[in-house]
Design a protein around this ligand. Structure first.
Ligand code: ATP
Ligand code: MG
Length: 578
């Protein structure tokens, strides 16, 4: 390793951010020399869907802590439920984590790789008299379980001998019994106030193809048994999960109490609040419903809150990570305003994205007094926020396109864009005055005629004229044609999944608008998939990942300003009035 590599650059100024409660816990463990002063975390997705923004929080947290404390973070697929899992999801998850900028190095694991070890641990619990084979049906087990206020009833099979339990469990594995006919259960306490300790199920019989082990197994471990033991097998020190697992912690600990050997690392489960976002759904089950019923164009539709959806929409890993950092780690559930995420991407792209001109809904402007067959190459800066991004040449000629909505035949006083008899500046070019316009039979404006003032050239204006409006434009003969897709929030309700009504009723019908014949300035011809730009006066855009050179597609990442804040205010005012 070179000395260069050894240099550690502090990520933040010391003292800039106070420690969150997990960091505090870790530092305490380090000070107490716990776990040989190691920090080892894991990110444990179930490969039953694509990762969403909530998972990004968990990824940043787990991989981030490992980095912060010179530790390690594993990627472990929690693949104990063969029915919903697939390799397509495994691949997408790996790709998304790498895209976010994290790496598990050689530590890629699957809970299914531990099936043999887990099985042996289950046998050990049987041999210690801590687990038994139960012949009650699923429904009976639920019935016997009692309620949070009433104790449960012990299974009539609870007191089978160790030999009988061992024999039955081995025969369960060997496939001698039908699906669902028997279960392995932990023998804990049917009257525990914690329902999870009422003889929980450890194994079930389920004949199903598994994406990695094929038909090797017909019994599968339950999440609660597999998860903590997988942590133990991997010597995980801090097992971070979301708050809903807090009530599972006594069970997590019970298994470890009975299985961890002297001198080995005993994982500790720590819960944190999951990320909930307004106007957004973060449940794989519901997202799958959107995909399967074609409400969206796949898991990576730019409106999906999946990591691959955000990527396709033009979000950057930095914007997502900054957002997660800003949200922080809490111990109580809360809902974060999606506007904070949108702010994060604006902030990032404002610095990084070159500014260009694009006309989405064009109408032609003819500058009658501009010489024919002449092109002027105007020099426009790429980003006033960052001089190092330089400038580019933008061709100007007698015919340009502007947005239809930047022209009005009969405008109100405060309309500072183009209108008969009024003057506006074409950005980076000249001041033009509208003299005339033509309409077709339907009343659509087909062309606008202007004259320009040669003394008003941007950067060399000697006219002393002051105009209020500046419009973006594209030179017609040089324009480059593309499709532009305007995306908006997928749901038009702040809490689409908390209502009695089906969440799909809140899908925003205007979440996608396609403009097929847009004109862009020629520099965009060289744009590659995923390149990002600011279309001036419109928003931030990126070239679609699957875009083809022939007719490129640009996706809107986000508008320049938060348009929803205004909408929300109006809604609130209406509510007050109504
Ligand atoms: P979903 O509820 O969307 O199906 P999940 O929790 O079942 O998600 P897993 O694949 O089991 O999905 O999650 C992998 C890891 O990501 C877990 O540690 C889980 O706690 C964490 N995680 C999932 N959703 C969120 C969220 N919204 N915020 C923070 N962490 C999350
Ligand atoms: Mg899960």
């Amino acid at each position: 390793m070179s000395t260069e590599d050894n240099k550690s650059i502090p990520e933040e100024e010391p003292g800039k951010r106070s420690l969150n409660f997990i960091e505090e816990k870790i530092e305490k463990d380090l000070n107490n020399n716990k776990n040989n002063r190691q920090v080892h975390t894991r990110f444990p997705p179930e490969p039953n869907g694509f990762l969403h923004i909530g998972h990004a929080k968990s990824i940043v947290l787990n991989f981030g802590l490992a980095k912060e404390y010179n530790g390690k973070c594993n990627l472990r697929f929690d693949d104990t439920n063969p029915i919903k899992e697939s390799t397509e999801y495994v691949d997408s998850i790996k790709e998304d984590i790498h895209w976010l900028g994290y790496d598990w190095e050689e530590r890629l694991y699957y809970a299914s790789d531990y099936f043999e070890q887990l099985y042996e641990m289950a046998e050990k619990l049987i041999k210690d008299g801590k687990a038994f084979v139960c012949d009650l049906s699923q429904d009976q087990i639920a019935e016997y379980r009692g309620t949070p206020t009433e104790p449960g009833i012990e299974s009539p099979y609870r007191n089978r001998s160790i030999e009988e339990n061992l024999d039955l469990f081995r025969r369960m594995r060997a496939g001698e019994f039908p699906d669902g006919s028997r279960m392995l259960r932990a023998k804990i306490d049917m009257s525990s106030p914690n329902m999870h300790l009422r003889d929980p199920i450890m194994y079930r019989i389920k004949r199903s193809y598994h994406h990695r082990t094929g038909y090797d197994w017909c019994i599968y471990p339950m999440y609660d048994f597999a998860h903590g033991q997988s942590d133990y097998i991997e010597s995980i020190t801090h097992s971070l999960c979301t708050l809903e697992f807090e009530v599972h912690r006594p069970l997590y600990d019970w298994f470890l109490d009975n299985l961890v050997e002297e001198g080995e690392i005993r994982p500790q489960q720590i819960e944190f609040a999951r990320l909930n976002l307004s106007y957004t759904i973060v449940s794989k089950r519901k997202l799958l419903e959107l995909v399967e019923n074609d409400y969206v164009d796949g898991w990576d539709d730019p409106r999906m809150p999946t990591i691959s959806g955000f990527r396709r929409r033009g979000y950057t890993p930095d914007a997502i990570k900054n957002f997660v950092e800003k949200v922080g780690i809490a111990k109580r559930d809360n809902v974060i305003d999606v506007a904070l995420l949108e702010h994060s991407i604006r902030e990032d792209l404002n610095k990084k994205a070159p500014r260009v001109m694009a006309v989405l809904d064009p109408v032609k402007v003819i500058i009658d007094n501009y010489p024919d067959d002449t092109t002027e190459d105007l020099e426009l800066v790429n980003n006033p926020e960052d001089e190092s991004m330089g400038s580019r040449k933008v061709p100007f000629s007698k015919e340009v396109y502007i947005e239809k909505k930047d022209f009005m035949e009969d405008p109100p006083k405060k309309f500072f864009r183009m209108a008969p008899g009024r003057e506006v500046r074409l950005k980076g070019a000249y001041v033009v005055k509208c003299d005339d316009y033509k309409k077709d039979d339907q009343g659509n404006i087909t062309e606008i005629h202007c004259t320009y003032d040669p003394q008003t050239k941007s950067g060399a204006d000697t006219s002393g004229k002051k105009v209020k409006g500046t419009l973006h434009w594209v030179s017609a003969p040089h324009a480059f044609q593309a499709e532009v897709r305007l995306y908006d929030r997928l749901f038009n309700d702040p809490a689409p999944s908390s209502k009695d009504e089906d969440f799909k009723a809140f899908i925003n019908p205007d979440s996608l608008k396609v403009f097929k014949n847009c004109y862009l300035e020629p520099v965009l011809k060289d744009a590659e998939p995923e390149d990002k730009f600011q279309f001036q006066r419109i928003g931030y855009f990126c070239v679609d990942r699957y875009s083809e050179k022939r007719l490129p597609v640009f996706n809107q990442t986000v508008t320049l300003k938060d348009t929803w804040a205004k909408k929300e205010k109006q809604q609130q005012n209406q509510k007050k009035k109504g």
